[in-house]
Ligand binder design. Structure first.
Ligand SMILES: [Zn+2]
Length: 703
């Protein structure tokens, strides 16, 4: 239910917009924001002792690279850095974030200490947000009081229109009650901001959690009902009533899940684009929701809405009619409290953590409050902190290096398109056109976001969180009817991630993504940088423009078919080989990777590796061929790629990723694409009989 809308409006609309994020998004940055993001105050492990080689120190030589390159390249690091008790996962991205915590804490504390900060200034906002976030006693004392207005609104519901009134009032607070809503670019007219609605409203991370029969998923379902039960008790219900409410809400959500599309079916941009007048949506699918009026109340005089999954709205309508009103009240109530639990009293926060942190993510204990506070501060005031962050962490020279690297990747991509033997000249010409038009955003925005309309005070942590979400909602809605601002960033510079936005045909590469903890950018050799950044991030994101989903958007960012029928068929046949490859992987007994749902990401990983290598082959280091720390340039390139994937996670988190994330788990994001590359076989002498060896006919050939 909870979305990271405040922090990353573009990515939060992933399902609806098909924005492909996540060059390197470990799964736990996904669905359930406040509860699962985690780290602890353990002594900070450096990635490698500063004087050792950037990749050699991580190698586990007891593993054969041809059997499991991920563990060979990263095994020593993983052995030496077990997942801290408060964490769901651990790895290089977390270490980058640990560095960031120290610096953000300093900024926050000094802002809070500034008694004379002008009202409305950045210092005042940061200082007040931080102070209230750290004031645990005040949060305890307030209990549910910060949610009083909303809870009373829900209590007063007597019929379906009343339930819808409440749901529409909760959307600006970041709750996708009953359905998902957003304002972003029209997929078929990228110059226009459009209203989008889609499936949503579930408390478990994904549809499949309600139906999958695997043992761990079944346990999570049972635990979810217990969690709902406990929450209703905390909301004042007695044992019997709380139990009944929990069962009924679970039944309601299961019915909602049943009319929702599967993860893999959300990745077809054509099928998830259904344009209609608001009145048509009302008439055909949801007579209970007068969309024109509802949208007008948000000053959205929309001539049309883009409906992701029309049948979901038909299903929702039927459910609203047949569900007793008290169940609708309970549903809204519990989701409101779960969404804001991290900002409320200890008992509510702990119950929320117990399910979303412990059960769903495998954390053994809560993370320290100060880190959780910084995470919410980051979500609420991300670009203010980002501006301070880049001054310290991302020198102009680094920006220059990565801008140049993007161009090296672009030209290598162009040459690769020319060499493709399966694509016609007509499609190639269009592909070149699209490639040339890809916009790059490197490091941080040229223009910083204006937060002046956001009020942060010292009343309560929850109130500040609500203000921030409301502000983000208004900010998005206010874009409607205006020219599209293509300079905007959907991620902050301090995010260890990246994304491709098909509507802008752009790659967005935040500064933090390029850092290797313990090493200065200038001290890392090209081989490692090309594997780590050129392949793993830049090549990956550019390839999203040409994956099974992104390829359906043209150079101007419009969903339109620029492929000849024959080329499209060939692409699909080739992609099918990759679907099969990943479908066969079984990271947990009984749970395979979803080859179709993860296809776009797997194509992007593979494409990134191929193009990164093409570009690396043009460097002096590759041509000279000298070994560093005992490894050839080609070997170091593959190590550099694996370095970006140093990542381990608890079983619950792995399960969550397999069910709800379009990215394969880290290990398979390394081993999967590499086992399709002859250069990898050559670099590490991979032979038939070894686990990563694939017969020629089974190897993927797309880009
Ligand atoms: Zn991606």
């Amino acid at each position: 239910m909870r979305k990271t809308i405040v922090f990353a409006p573009l990515l939060a609309t992933c399902v609806l917009a098909g924005v492909s994020g996540c060059g390197r998004a470990p799964q736990d940055t996904a669905a359930h924001d406040s509860a699962t993001v985690s780290t602890t105050a353990v002594a900070k492990p450096a990635l490698a002792p500063a004087k050792d080689d950037v990749v050699r120190a991580n190698v586990d030589a007891s593993v054969n690279p041809g059997d499991d390159f991920f563990t060979y390249a990263n095994g020593a690091w993983l052995k030496n850095n077990p997942i801290p008790a408060s964490e769901a996962s651990w790895g290089i991205g977390k270490i980058v974030r640990e560095d960031l915590y120290t610096s953000l804490r300093k900024i926050s504390e000094s802002s809070a200490a500034q008694k004379d900060a002008a009202s409305g200034s950045d210092e005042q906002k940061i200082g007040d947000f931080w102070s209230t976030a750290m004031d645990e006693a005040r949060a305890d004392q307030l209990g549910l009081a910060p949610l009083k207005t909303e809870l009373e609104r829900i209590d007063a519901i007597t019929d379906v229109p009343g339930a819808l009134d409440a749901a529409f009032a909760l959307q600006p607070l970041g709750l996708d009650a009953f359905f998902d809503f957003g304002v972003f670019q029209d997929e078929k007219a990228s110059d226009v901001m459009a209203v989008h609605v889609g499936q949503g409203g579930l408390g478990l991370p994904e549809r499949d959690y309600y139906f999958n029969t695997e043992e761990g998923v079944a346990k999570a379902r049972t635990a979810y009902v217990t969690h709902l039960h406990n929450m209703f008790k905390l909301l004042g219900a007695d044992e019997v009533a709380a139990g009944a409410s929990a069962t009924q809400v679970m039944a309601f959500e299961t019915a909602l899940a049943k009319v929702s599309r599967k993860l893999e079916d959300l990745r077809d941009p054509q099928k998830n684009y259904n344009k209609m007048a608001p009145d048509e949506l009302t008439k055909k699918y949801t007579p209970s929701i007068a969309w024109s009026e509802r949208l007008n109340a948000w000053k959205l005089a929309a001539p049309y809405v883009i409906v992701g999954q029309p049948e979901f709205f038909g299903g929702l309508e039927a459910l609203l009619r047949q569900t007793p009103v008290p169940v609708l009240r309970d549903y809204l109530r519990v989701h409101l409290v779960d969404t804001y639990a991290p900002f409320l009293s200890k008992d509510i926060d702990a119950e929320n953590f117990d399910f979303y942190g412990r059960v769903l993510s495998g954390q053994k204990e809560q993370r320290p409050r100060w880190k959780r506070a910084l995470d919410s501060e980051n979500r609420a005031l991300g670009m203010i902190l980002g501006r301070i962050f880049v001054k310290e962490y991302f020198p102009e020279s680094a920006k220059q290096r990565y801008n140049t690297l993007v161009e090296a990747i672009r030209s290598a991509y162009g040459e690769r398109i020319d060499r493709l033997d399966w694509m016609s000249a007509a499609t190639k010409a269009k592909a070149h056109e699209k490639l040339a038009a890809v916009t790059k955003k490197v490091g941080y925005p040229d223009k910083w976001k204006d937060y002046s309309a956001l009020t942060i005070g010292r009343n309560s942590y929850a109130e500040n969180a609500m203000s921030a979400r409301r502000w983000a909602f208004n900010d998005r809605v206010s874009k409607f009817g205006k020219p599209v601002d293509r300079t905007e960033w959907g991620m902050t510079p301090q995010t260890y991630n990246a994304y491709y936005n098909p509507s802008n045909n752009e790659i967005v590469l935040p500064a933090a993504q390029f850092s290797i903890p313990g090493f200065k950018d200038a001290d890392v050799d090209d081989a490692v940088v090309y594997g780590y950044a050129a392949a793993g991030t830049i090549g990956h994101e550019i390839t999203h423009g040409f994956d099974d989903e992104g390829r359906q958007f043209d150079a101007a960012g419009n969903l339109t078919d620029w492929w000849t029928k024959d080329d499209a068929d060939k692409f699909q046949q080739r992609a099918e080989v990759m679907v099969k490859q990943f479908d066969a992987y079984e990271p947990l007994p009984g749970l395979h990777i979803n080859g179709k749902a993860s296809l776009g990401e797997n194509i992007a990983d593979f494409g990134g590796l191929l193009i990164g290598l093409d570009a690396f082959k043009k460097t002096e280091q590759y041509k000279k061929g000298e070994k560093i720390a005992g490894y050839t340039p080609l070997q170091r390139y593959f190590f550099g790629y694996a370095l970006g994937w140093i990542f381990e996670e608890r079983e619950a988190m792995l399960r969550q990723g397999l069910l709800s994330d379009v990215h394969a788990p880290a290990k398979w994001r390394v081993n999967g694409p590499l086992s399709n590359m002859p250069e990898f076989y050559e670099a590490f002498d991979v032979k038939q009989g070894q686990a990563l060896w694939r017969a020629e006919a089974e190897r993927v050939h797309i880009w």
